[in-house]
Design a protein around this ligand. Structure first.
Ligand SMILES: [Fe+2]
Ligand SMILES: [Fe+2]
Length: 192
């Protein structure tokens, strides 16, 4: 049986306490869900996969453990192999083939969601009026959100076969409805 979001949220929050990490999970989930809808895929399955992709980072904060040791826990908890494989494939150091649309989407949304989030944090209205051109400009500034791997952002869009501008616009749009949960200010929120 396919795991529910509720189940995944329980697994995630049992292993992850950091607000920043939970926000990252929510952002990648929102972007991946939006692509599932666009591609006519199983939104719940894709969403759960994205929500859990870094669930073990807090306990396994190094690449000799994440996400491979996390995969063992997910297997124990009964998550389907297709989901676990997709989660493993987001890790560049494992060099696994991204041979499904879910794998390509997860990888394409992972670093970019984090980057768009970072762009929103330094703007007075968060991501309300954020446009791809300003995201692209910031991608070229190595000191901004230095933890985000630029090569992964470009590679992700390329592997997914989407134009970078469109991909950025798509991710921004996917994150807007959850801006308050991401700790981003919104024009609507500022008025209240
Ligand atoms: Fe990761
Ligand atoms: Fe991630």
């Amino acid at each position: 049986m396919s795991p529910t979001r509720e189940q995944a949220w329980e697994t995630l929050t049992r292993h992850t306490k950091s607000e920043a990490l939970l926000r990252h999970a929510l952002a990648v989930e929102a972007a991946t869900r939006a692509y599932a809808r666009r591609f006519g895929e199983d939104e719940e399955f894709w969403g759960v996969t994205a929500l859990l992709h870094d669930f073990d980072w807090e306990m396994h904060p190094t690449l000799d453990q994440h996400p491979q040791d996390g995969a063992v826990i997910l297997r124990d908890e009964g998550y389907p192999e297709e989901m676990i494989e997709a989660i493993l494939s987001h890790a560049e150091h494992l060099s696994l083939p991204r041979d499904t649309q879910l794998k390509r989407t997860l990888f394409a949304c992972d670093e970019l969601s984090g980057f768009v989030h970072a762009c929103g944090l330094v703007r007075p209205d968060g991501i309300d009026t954020l446009e791809p051109k300003s995201v692209k400009k910031k991608l070229k500034q190595p000191s901004f959100a230095a933890g985000v791997n630029r090569d992964d952002v470009y590679k992700g869009a390329k592997e997914l076969g989407v134009d970078l501008d469109e991909h950025i616009a798509f991710v921004i749009q996917a994150l807007r409805p959850i801006a308050p949960e991401l700790g981003l200010r919104t024009a609507a929120g500022a008025a209240t």
